[in-house]
Design a binder for this molecule. Structure first.
Ligand SMILES: [Zn+2]
Length: 395
């Protein structure tokens, strides 16, 4: 029997109704625009905080009382982060809750969403404030090469965050339970032995609390790394072939240590980003009309740094997406080789197409997609299936 990968791919895509596909396209393309609007919101918030003048007022008052520079950067940093969170909140509610609700991708009540947003806001304020104290210390000490040192410090924070996330942070938001005994667990354990993944690190979490997205992930680093499947997978009727296909993909992330690679690349991007921030700081300060803000050593200039960061982040999106897409394609390949479930994987991929339109143009995929398009992923799975069939025929 010969298998035609193009026909098989078309057959999988046709399992989505035209309405479902149109909805996915509208959600996905609207999401591209959100990147631009989000950047504009970020710049407006930075400008507003400068106009308010609170940061320079706090800096002046602390310096008059002979506050040490470390204290100044800590207090100014916390006030800036809290202000920025509060001013961005309406946009965050629209983007991450209201819009998800409109598209039927979440059933979470607003109160639940807000509680979690405040919790994660508090955690990230704490960590970011400490990182900022460190960065301003480095700016004062290593004036010219501060951006290199700052990237190194960021690396320490990123690695620490990855390490503690599954142990201390994720359990605050969701309940993680080891996969219960039964068919699913047996299939996962078998695959774990085959791929050299620890079999006691496969969890199911109550992801349906926040989102109806069909999804699984790997988090943590070294000893804390684990694979977690959202209960949405099972609510949407995942069968054993699908579970094997999906978990095979996640094990690919684990075995190939993708988070470590990503961290390395993020650090290089951070170094370049800090260097560019250093370069553009005087210009951005003038453009934002920050007259009471001093040079880059001044923590009251945080909104200026943030505004440059927003623009750089937007420009770096295609590079960042391409990096993740490459890793995702590698994880799909790992799943095909080790789980060998091209149809199971495709069935799962089609369920993710509700929030990632399946067939974007090549340019759209390059610029905006952090996973290869579902059409391309399914086609590769079908090509794999065809190859296996040919190999079996020869045998
Ligand atoms: Zn992945």
């Amino acid at each position: 029997m010969t298998i035609d990968p193009a026909a098989e791919t078309a057959r999988w895509l046709a399992t989505m109704s035209p309405e479902e596909t149109a909805r996915a396209v509208s959600y996905t393309q609207g999401g591209h625009w959100l990147l631009l609007w989000g950047a504009i919101v970020g710049i407006v918030v930075a400008w507003l905080i400068i106009r308010l003048g609170w940061l320079s007022a706090i800096r002046d008052r602390l310096e008059r009382r002979r506050g040490r520079p470390v204290l100044v950067s800590l207090v100014v940093g916390i006030v800036y982060l809290a202000l920025s969170f509060a001013l961005t909140l309406p946009w965050a509610i629209y983007e991450n809750w209201w819009r998800e609700k409109q598209y039927g991708l979440t059933e979470q009540p607003l109160t639940g969403w807000l509680t979690e947003a405040l919790m994660s806001g508090a955690i990230s304020t704490l960590f970011t404030a400490l990182l900022l104290v460190g960065i301003y210390f480095l700016i004062r000490r290593a004036r010219r090469l501060w951006w290199m040192w700052a990237a190194g410090l960021t690396a320490v924070f990123v690695v620490f965050g990855l390490l503690i996330s599954p142990i201390l942070i994720e359990p605050l938001f969701n309940t993680y339970t080891p996969a219960p005994n039964g068919e699913v667990r047996d299939a996962v354990v078998e695959l774990a032995h085959k791929t050299g993944t620890p079999d006691d690190k496969i969890y199911i979490y109550d992801g349906s609390k926040q989102s109806d997205r069909y999804t699984a992930n790997v988090s943590g680093l070294f000893g804390s790394a684990r694979v977690a499947m959202s209960d949405v997978m099972f609510a949407k009727g995942a069968d054993i072939a699908e579970v094997r296909g999906v978990v095979g993909h996640e094990m690919g992330h684990y075995v190939h240590m993708h988070s470590l690679w990503m961290t390395g690349i993020v650090i290089i991007m951070a170094a370049v980003g800090f260097w560019l921030i250093d370069l553009f700081y005087p210009l951005a300060r003038t453009l934002l009309g920050a007259k009471r803000v001093g040079d880059i050593q001044d923590p009251a200039g945080l909104p200026v740094l943030a505004a440059i960061g927003v623009v750089l982040g937007l420009l770096a999106t295609p590079a960042f997406n391409t990096m993740i897409r490459t890793i995702e394609a590698d994880a799909d390949h790992f799943s095909l080789v080790h789980a060998n479930e091209p149809d199971g994987l495709s069935k799962a991929l089609i369920k993710t197409a509700e929030y990632r339109a399946p067939s974007p143009s090549a340019v759209e995929e390059f610029l905006f997609y952090d996973h290869p398009s579902v059409e391309n992923r399914v086609r590769r799975a079908m090509e794999w299936k065809a190859e296996q069939a040919r190999a079996n025929n020869r045998r």
